[in-house]
Design a protein around this ligand. Structure first.
Ligand code: 3PG
Length: 307
């Protein structure tokens, strides 16, 4: 019997945990829960004898792999796996997977919730703007980007996208106008929505120069990762451009300063809420449990992200 730990600082909806438990127990295994833990020590203690771990944005570093002597697999129930030290996983002979696409609709829906809030001036009673007819730029056309495009069409927006790893033809096939570069997207679009992962290539790539080319009245929307935006550049731009709004689902390190200076055009959720729906939790959590059982029982390595 294998022991499978769900270690989530930000817990799944109870109905998703129930679904995960059903998958694990049907396979004859045991589920252990560690939710809202207070520090790394608690995590290190909990992983000691487990064969598998399901996580969300929880940080899994070399110390965790060192402590988890029986660990064979970690599944990040979600898309981005920048919170897992992949090299350390490989050294410890642990397989790491994600569950691509499972929470993407939830993130895309939140993007529009935040956008309407932004164009309606944070519901402060003043006259705002509409999304219809405005140019939306989607940076990276993965699962979330595609859902954003689908919803944007419903709003009657003009939808553009750029993705360094997705051919223009695939973007156009989805009924979206493909542009040639990130720079072109920023220059052209009233609103840019970020859907890039945090990698060595993308960190701080949304910099002052890029942001400053956006048209008057621009909105930058970040439901991806805080690390992709250069915070110093953002602060400088916000100071120079009273027309510019930054709306994010991932609180930047300089949140307090941005809030203090630009309360009417800066907004951050207190906790990342994009994937925080029962549906997304069920989809991603159960997919993670099934992937673990497939790996432990049959050696299936689909969605493995480390070498
Ligand atoms: C993801 O990468 O899947 C999203 O950012 C959601 O992250 P979360 O599971 O921490 O909410």
């Amino acid at each position: 019997m294998s022991k499978i730990l769900v270690a989530t600082d930000k817990p799944f909806a109870p109905i998703a945990v129930k679904g995960i438990r059903e998958v694990v127990e049907a396979a004859g295994d045991e589920l252990v829960l560690l939710e809202k833990y207070t520090g790394k020590a608690e995590l290190l203690e909990a992983v000691k004898d487990v064969d598998a771990i399901i996580i969300r944005s929880d940080k899994i570093d070399n110390d965790v792999f060192d402590a988890a002597k029986a660990l064979k697999i970690v599944v990040r129930a979600g898309a981005g796996y920048d919170n897992v030290d992949l090299a350390a996983a490989t050294v410890h002979n642990v397989c790491v997977m994600n569950t691509p696409g499972q929470n993407s609709n939830a993130v895309a829906e939140l993007a529009f919730g935040m956008l309407v809030y932004a164009v309606r001036n944070f519901y402060n009673g003043t006259s705002g703007k509409e999304l219809k007819g405005r140019k939306l730029g989607i940076l990276a056309f993965g699962n979330v980007g595609r859902n954003v495009a689908r919803i944007a069409k419903g709003f009657g927006m003009e939808v553009y996208a750029y993705d360094a790893y997705c051919p223009k033809a695939a973007i156009e096939e989805a009924g979206v106008k493909a542009v040639d570069s990130t720079a072109d997207l920023f220059k052209l679009c009233d609103i840019v929505s970020l859907h890039i992962p945090a990698t060595s290539e993308t960190k701080k790539s949304i910099n002052y120069n890029l942001m400053s080319t956006m048209p008057k009245g621009a909105i930058l929307l970040n439901t991806a990762r805080k690390e992709v935006v250069d915070e110093e550049g953002l602060l400088k731009l916000m100071s120079e451009r009273p027309d510019f709004k930054y709306i994010t689902d991932i609180m930047p390190d300089n949140d307090a300063e941005l809030k203090k200076q630009f309360a009417d055009r800066y907004f951050s959720t207190p906790k990342k809420m994009g994937a925080q729906t029962a549906e997304a939790n069920i989809n991603a959590g159960i997919a993670a449990a099934k992937q673990i059982e497939g790996f432990l029982k049959k050696g299936i390595e689909k969605f493995k992200v480390n070498k």
